[in-house]
Ligand binder design. Structure first.
Ligand code: SAH
Length: 346
């Protein structure tokens, strides 16, 4: 059955034409799915019953099931565990900021990138998510919270550029007219550095923000903590980032997770400053979120501040990411992992 929530308006128009429906039908349907965010054909009250039956037989309407919601007592951050139609589980996060509500979504069930500090990759990749399954994380959270989602970050489980076509379809549907119509500038896609993907995305000339997970200031060190660096050299990654900026005019965000004794030293900061100085960028420092199965530890506050100051002295724009939802398995993939572990035990 065709996955109707992953279809663009143009594709829906073709489908409705094939069904012999009038032209306005596609827009009506699209509005029900992407603006009113209904979960079933039966809720589409201005469509006739026979048509609704016809649609049910022909199309699948993805609606993720909320398995669990964990709300942080510290900052109100909510973590959602969703069940997909095939039984896989994924997680998403809702963060409330002064500028609006931001949702962090997963792009894959599991991940095959193998970053040493990350919980999402511990059980490998299950499968890619469909555009509809990425969208529905946003839709279900907006419905649950009864508040508009204004920002979306693709920073949950998975490597978005390892699921390129579905990611692009997702962005199109999320930002296009007739749906939630979220501004491209309010969308961030985070990648571990898949060079051909970054270049391809640059050529799409979208206005989304690209976040690059750097985490080390030289190739040798990066290779030790991020296996993807065996495939793409740091210099190639930075060239691709430069290309992204040239093509889109969008400043790159570099993410740098600080781990005690691994990448948080004075020399690391100096090398990083020299590396990034020529680039038009922003650096986001993230004190590493300890994951049970990994032995990475957070540096103390003093080290984090020193690191930030070093970069700032070189004229680099830096922020320290406020830790959110620490009490609710905040780090990537931890909620999904702990759920899967307890399911196995049962
Ligand atoms: N695969 C993409 C997006 C998902 S991870 C990527 O690699 O960018 C989102 C960000 O969280 C990445 O920068 C990732 O390196 C970082 N991250 C993962 N686990 C972390 C942890 N335990 N502590 C701090 N940052 C972590």
């Amino acid at each position: 059955m065709t996955d109707i929530k992953s279809q663009t308006l143009l594709e829906l128009q073709k489908e409705m034409e094939e069904l012999g429906e009038p032209k306005f039908r596609a827009k009506q349907l699209y509005g029900w799915i992407h603006e009113k965010l209904v979960d079933s054909f039966d809720e589409m009250s201005n469509l006739s019953k026979p048509l609704r039956e016809k649609l049910k037989n022909r199309y699948e309407l993805t609606a993720l099931e909320i398995v669990k919601v964990q709300k942080s007592k510290q900052d109100g951050t909510c973590k959602f565990l969703f069940r997909l139609p095939d039984g896989n589980v994924i997680e998403s996060v809702l963060m409330k900021y002064y500028y609006g509500n931001s949702v962090c979504i997963s792009s894959q069930a599991g991940c095959r990138m193998g970053c040493r500090f990350c919980a999402s990759t511990l059980n490998g990749l299950e499968r890619n998510l469909r555009a509809s399954e990425m969208l529905d994380q946003v839709y279900q959270i907006q419905k649950w919270s009864k508040e508009r989602v204004s920002n979306v970050v693709v920073m949950g489980t998975g490597e978005p550029l390892d699921n390129y076509d579905e990611l692009l379809c997702f962005i199109q549907l999320l930002t296009g007219e007739g749906g939630l119509h979220i501004s491209q500038r309010n969308i961030t896609v985070s990648t571990c550095g898949i060079v051909p993907g970054i270049r391809r995305l640059a050529d799409e000339k979208l206005q989304i923000t690209l976040a690059l997970s750097l985490h080390a200031s030289n190739q040798e060190k990066r290779r030790k903590i991020m296996p993807v660096a065996n495939k793409y050299e740091l210099s190639e990654v930075l060239d691709a980032c430069r290309y992204y900026f040239e093509q889109t005019g969008r400043r790159i965000t570099f993410e740098y997770s600080l781990a005690d004794g691994i990448n948080d030293g004075r020399e690391d900061a100096e090398e990083l400053a020299a590396l990034l100085k020529p680039l038009n960028c922003h650096v986001n420092l993230i004190p590493i979120n300890p994951v049970r199965e990994r032995d990475f530890v957070q540096p103390d506050d003093h080290t984090v501040t020193n690191f930030k100051n070093k970069l700032e002295k070189s004229g680099i724009n830096v922020t320290i990411r406020r830790e959110m939802g620490r009490d609710i398995d905040g780090a990537c993939g931890q909620l999904r992992k702990s759920y899967m572990d307890t399911e196995k035990v049962r």
